[in-house]
Design a protein around this ligand. Structure first.
Ligand code: KIV
Length: 242
């Protein structure tokens, strides 16, 4: 018998949230990965509160059963007070929790003390790292995970962490860990919506990723067929005319 794992997937807009919710996930992360997958930006550093609030509001409008977690973008949590103010904006936009990237126990504490559910994020930190890399500093990861738990975090995302270290953290702290590239022993897993569905960059194939569909190929095929039919005068047909 397996312990029930937490399933989290990202979503950034109304249709992706509807799909995630219909698939019965536990949590929808409105990730700052929207910078890359939605806006075509090079870095998650480039997305701000303005865009993230629009994404959170669109996801929340789908009224999902899943908990909506809003990702605090780069620069939105530089002081505990600023973090709390921005967390409140996300809650007002419909989020049920916020995620803070990096070891920022004071910001987590301010948010948790205000009664807002807070998720930590350790390991590879895209907002500040030069490039993706596995984080192998076990001592620092354990120290930071314990500090986030003590500050009031309700979950911690572990990104690109060796399985052995993620397992140790998961066995040491009492709040759930949610892994991405952190192996099999976390309390749950998270993946990016477009990556799972094969809608993202076809050259993005990290070891941790499993693509469960190749919808991008099907979408190109469908639009090509539409274009061909328009050009050949086959669409619209009589039945499509008022
Ligand atoms: O923004 C995001 O999608 C994330 C996940 C990779 C955890 O932070």
């Amino acid at each position: 018998m397996h312990a029930k794992k937490i399933v989290m997937v990202t979503a950034y807009d109304y249709p992706s949230a509807k799909i995630a919710n219909a698939a019965d996930v536990d949590m929808i992360l409105v990730g700052d990965s929207a910078a890359n997958v939605i806006h075509g930006m090079k870095s998650t550093k480039e997305i701000g509160m303005h865009e993230m609030l629009l994404h959170v509001a669109a996801v929340s409008r789908s009224k999902p059963k899943a908990l909506v977690v809003a990702d605090m973008p780069y620069g939105s949590d530089t002081t505990p007070l600023k973090a709390l103010g921005n967390a409140r904006l996300f809650i007002k936009a419909g989020a049920g929790a916020v995620k803070i990237e990096g070891a920022k126990p004071q910001a987590i504490e301010a948010i948790a003390k205000a009664g807002i559910l807070a998720m930590g994020h350790l390991g590879y930190l895209p907002q500040t790292a030069e490039k993706p890399a596995v984080e192998r500093d076990e001592k620092a990861l354990l120290r930071d995970a314990k500090a986030l738990e003590a500050a009031g975090a309700s979950w911690i995302v572990l990104e690109l962490v060796p399985e052995k270290i993620a397992k140790k953290i998961s066995q040491t702290i009492s709040i759930p860990t949610i892994g991405i590239g952190a192996g099999r022993y976390c309390s749950g897993q998270v993946l990016v919506f477009h990556d799972i569905l094969g809608l993202g960059d076809p050259d993005f194939n990290p070891k941790f990723l499993k693509k469960y569909a190749s919808l991008g190929e099907g979408a190109v095929k469908a639009i090509k067929k539409y274009a061909k039919e328009v050009r050949e005068g086959k669409f619209p047909e009589k039945k499509n005319v008022y």
